[in-house]
Write a protein that binds this ligand. Structure first.
Ligand SMILES: *Cc1c(COP(=O)(O)O)cnc(C)c1O
Length: 392
């Protein structure tokens, strides 16, 4: 499908499209789905992910910062409703508003700041228990709503909150308390300002609780086919969109007592063949996976041995001299081949982190190749070409 590279992320935009359609299937037909494409689409490529999400039924896009919004506008998303969810410095606020993005506010001071920056559309954030951005004070939040509604040039577009424990199915209580607090406040706001868009749910809340859907849900991780609860994405009918691949650049015999890699962390107990894959932590394959992970080569799991370095890692291919025939073969670090698969959830468990961090960690050095179910995405290729030409 694509030329072999030392490290390559293949992203199936058709899977993103289907994941969004699957999520939409949980919603009432009038509920909007906002596709969260921050952090370069969780490492999948923001623009192709956004395009696929819109094709799958998303009506909004969200990012964390103003530059992300500026880039999306430049990459052909001129008219899509776009929400910048994060905190914004003065420079960033002007940038976001100039990109015609909606911004989030939680104090009257910020409403005034938006007005002073030339005005724009705002979403007022209640901190119902996340303890991060937003005001915890319901009365203050209502004051911010009224300030936004009466400020010249400012448009009260939405009210929102964010859940702290939606992904923890065992903690019904904090989630339920947040939901209750927000529902009551949002209900009041809606009675006074019926046009306001009410939104709260991330992927986990979208999948777990219909009452959290309101007018719009903000889904990130699930649109990429990762499970917000850290379990098998197939459970929720989600398809992982990203594969991370390398190849076996060299196979060599490692005699008993010989070592491989920095620090001699691996010393062969018996003669064995080692495969060298030209991918490492410089590509986002974390050093903490040294001696812990596995990769798929020839449809089988092979253990990572020795220390993962910036540009290379080694795998144990076993004592059989037939291992030499694996030279040049594809190596799959995240993805499925034949009956085996390695998910971002598996890697996350090995690293004691979450799947989000695994795909976000794939660095800019790794080219993303976008395809539709294995077919080359000629349109995306042509677009990349134009961008490349423009840059040259
Ligand atoms: C990142 C983010 C989301 C998306 O969360 P997922 O768990 O990836 O679905 C939604 N809302 C806010 C405010 C966010 O920062």
């Amino acid at each position: 499908m694509s030329a072999q590279r030392r490290a390559l992320a293949r992203v199936n935009v058709a899977a993103i499209e289907r994941n969004v359609a699957t999520l939409r299937g949980h919603l009432r037909s009038e509920t909007e789905l906002c596709a969260v494409v921050k952090a370069d689409g969780y490492g999948h490529g923001a623009a192709p992910a956004a395009r696929a999400a819109l094709a799958g039924g998303a009506g909004w896009l969200a990012v964390a910062g103003s530059l992300e919004a500026v880039r999306l506008r430049a990459e052909g998303f001129g008219e899509v409703p776009l929400l910048v969810m994060g905190a914004l410095s003065g420079t960033e606020l002007r940038e976001a508003l100039a990109a015609r993005a909606d911004v989030v506010v939680w104090s009257e001071r910020e409403v005034a700041r938006v007005a002073a920056a030339g005005g724009g559309r705002v979403h007022v954030k209640l901190d119902s228990g996340m303890g991060r951005l937003g005001t915890r004070d319901v009365r203050e939040a209502s004051g911010v709503v009224e300030a936004a509604a009466r400020s010249e040039g400012v448009r009260l577009a939405g009210v929102m909150t964010h859940f702290a424990t939606a992904d923890d199915a065992g903690d019904g209580e904090h989630f339920a308390r947040q939901l209750e607090l927000f529902s009551e406040w949002a209900g009041q706001v809606k009675r006074a300002h019926p046009h306001v868009l009410v939104h709260a749910a991330n992927s986990a809340a979208t999948l777990r609780e219909g009452r959290a859907h309101f007018d719009m849900v903000r889904c990130g991780v699930a649109i990429y086919g990762m499970d917000p609860f850290g379990e098998d994405p197939a459970r929720a009918g989600l398809e992982p969109a990203l594969e991370l691949c390398s190849y076996v650049a060299e196979v060599k015999l490692c005699r008993a007592g010989e070592s491989a890699g920095y620090g001699r962390r691996f010393v062969a107990r018996g003669d064995t063949y080692l495969g060298v894959l030209p991918i490492g932590y410089g590509d986002g394959w974390r050093r903490a996976l040294s001696e812990r992970g596995e990769v798929l080569i020839g449809g089988r799991r092979r253990p990572l041995v020795g220390t993962i370095s910036m540009d290379n890692l080694t795998v144990d291919l076993g004592a059989d001299p037939a291992a030499a025939t694996l030279r040049g073969r594809e190596a799959v670090l995240i993805g499925a081949r034949e009956r085996e698969r390695i998910t971002a959830e598996e890697i996350a468990a090995r690293l004691a982190t979450i799947n989000y961090e695994v795909t976000c960690a794939v660095t800019a050095r790794v080219p993303r190749v976008h395809h539709r179910d294995g077919r080359h995405d000629a349109e995306a290729q042509a677009r990349r070409q134009r961008i490349g030409d423009a840059a040259a």
